[in-house]
Each structure stands twice: as C-alpha cells, then as structure tokens.
Write a protein that binds this ligand. Structure first.
Ligand code: G1P
Length: 298
C-alpha cells in the first residue's frame, strides 16, 4: 500500500506556439473552456484527488498563472463593496484555503522529464501526481486523478493513465506495453516515447496523468536526452518499472487534447452542453450555426 498523494506537479512552462497569436500574451493554460481557464480544471481534479500542495513548474515569462492563483485584493474589495457576492466567491474559490500553490522555475526548456525534476525539492520523498493541463478529462463521477490515486493507494507502486489511440497516432504519445492489461488496468512491462506506428508495442497511449513514486527523481537525474533531444519522463518511468510496479490505468472519462485546436473546440462544446446554466442556449447556438452554415458531417 502506498501513502495517499498530497502533492501535484503541473508543468506549465511550454510556449503554446500552436495557439499563436492568442498565446503571444496569454499562456495556453489560461485559455478558457467556457468560464474557467484550462489550468483550473486540472487543479480542481488534483484537489478532488486529495492534493493540498500544487507545484507549478513555470518559466520566467509566465506570470499570468501565478497571478491567477494569487489573492486579488483590489478586485475582491471592489466586488465586496458592490455586494457582488457570487462573483466574489468565484474569485476566492480559485483555490480553497487548505491548498497552497508553489511556483518553481524551469530555467531551460529541456523537456517534460526535466520539468518534473525541477519540482524535486518541493515534492521530497513521497508519492506525487504529475498533471498535464492540456489533457482535459471530463467525467460525471470521480475525476481521473482520484481514480488513479485510489488505485495507487490500494495496489501500491506508480500509475500512468492510458487510453487507446489509432495506431497511426502512436508517434504523438508515450506508448506502454502491458501484456496483462484487462481492459481497465495492467502492469507495464515497457514504455517508449512516441514510437513510429510500425514500432509501437501497443496502441495504449499515456495521457497526461501520472501517480509516481519519488524514486523517479533519481532516475530523471540519470536520464539522458531522448526523443526530440529532450529529457523524457517516459524514459525515466521505463527505468522505474524495472525496480517497482508501474500500472497502466484506463480511466473513466473522456479526454480532450486541448494542446490542439480541435481538442479545445471539442472540450468547449462538451463543457458548454454539460453546463447547468448554459446548456440549452449552447445547444441552440450549435444547431443554428450548423443550419445557417449548412455544415454537413462526413
Ligand atoms: C507528453 C509525454 C507523452 C504523453 C503525452 C500525453 O507528450 O511526453 O508521453 O503521451 O504528454 O499528453 P507531449 O504531448 O507533451 O508532447
């Protein structure tokens, strides 16, 4: 049995070039899905899973993420004076009072593995989560990270989230080989970063949620640049699984890859249609747009 995770690392130092020009001034993690920035969804999922320490690995140009989680004194004062209680609660509830945000700078963009390693001193010697906010997971029940934290706590070892992808897409993901995968989970025997479709050991792709043993830090320190010349988290996990169990877990929920345009649009549609106030208006707007533009599905 592994202790419950309390800390989550959010690598948010990327440049977000796919979303230029929007990301010229707004970090991609701050792009909104309906009424909340992308990062808020990941943060809420981490808090639901039991995390009370959120570690953002950022770069020196990205102040917006830190500003967002900071207290906004003037704004709060104005909303209070104007009696805007509902809006005040929204601003204050960005982080519940028992949760703290810690910011760590990644001085050079040396890859995801390197970004995670930057959080070593704050995480210390305990299991922790890594969450990639680009992967937005929608679920009516428990969030994906809570499902994984429960599994890690009961089964021990580390857990990586996976889902099936078309074979043609394996070169965009870490791919696991889990021969005993039973449809929900299975021990990972090997793992490879972004293999060509012809070389992929399976079509089970790693999605941006990990529950990791702190032993990963020592392995990351020894990891040489891999795919794309970057220090890859996948390569360090491939070493970790030789020392202790790493499970692949197919979470319940739908993942939207908000690192690309269509994924962001799909997520917006899903969250709008699932929104308690906006749902019917959003559905109507979609029908009208499809009608007026004469869009037909292929
Ligand atoms: C990263 C990881 C990859 C994983 C993916 C999930 O890649 O390196 O193993 O499958 O996240 O989103 P990136 O998308 O940052 O290139």
């Amino acid at each position: 049995m592994t202790p419950r995770i309390r800390k989550a690392v959010f690598p948010v130092a990327g440049l977000g070039t796919r979303f230029l020009p929007a990301t010229k001034t707004v970090p991609k993690e701050m792009l909104p899905i309906v009424d909340r920035p992308l990062i808020q969804y990941a943060v809420d999922e981490a808090i639901e899973a039991g995390c009370d320490t959120l570690i953002f690995v950022t770069n020196r140009y990205k102040h917006a993420v830190a500003d967002y989680f900071d207290k906004a004194y003037e704004l709060e004062q104005k909303l209070e004076q104007a009696g805007k209680e509902a809006q005040l609660a929204l601003v204050r509830n960005v982080l519940p009072s028992h949760v703290r945000a810690v910011f760590v700078t990644q001085a050079e963009a040396l890859g995801l593995g390197h970004a995670v390693l930057c959080a070593k001193a704050v995480v210390g010697d305990e299991p922790f989560a890594v969450m990639l906010p680009d992967d937005l997971i929608w679920n009516r029940g428990d969030g994906a990270l809570k499902q994984m934290a429960d599994l890690a706590q009961h089964a021990g070892g580390s857990v990586v989230a996976v889902e099936d992808v078309p074979r043609a897409m394996t070169s965009s993901y870490g791919i696991v080989d889990a021969p005993d995968f039973d449809g929900r989970s299975g021990l990972v025997h090997s793992m490879v970063e972004k293999p060509a479709p012809s070389e992929a050991p399976s079509t089970l792709a790693v999605v941006g949620r990990y529950v990791l043993d702190s032993r990963i830090f020592g392995l990351l320190e020894e990891t040489k640049p891999g795919k794309g010349g970057e220090i890859q988290l996948t390569d360090a996990i491939a070493r970790l699984l030789q020392e202790q169990p790493v499970r692949a877990y197919r979470f319940q929920g739908t993942r939207f890859d908000c690192g690309n345009h269509l994924g962001l649009i799909e997520a917006t549609i899903r969250f709008a249609l699932d929104h308690e106030v906006l749902s019917s208006g959003a559905a109507q707007a979609m029908r009208t747009a499809l009608d007026e533009l004469g869009v037909v599905e292929h």
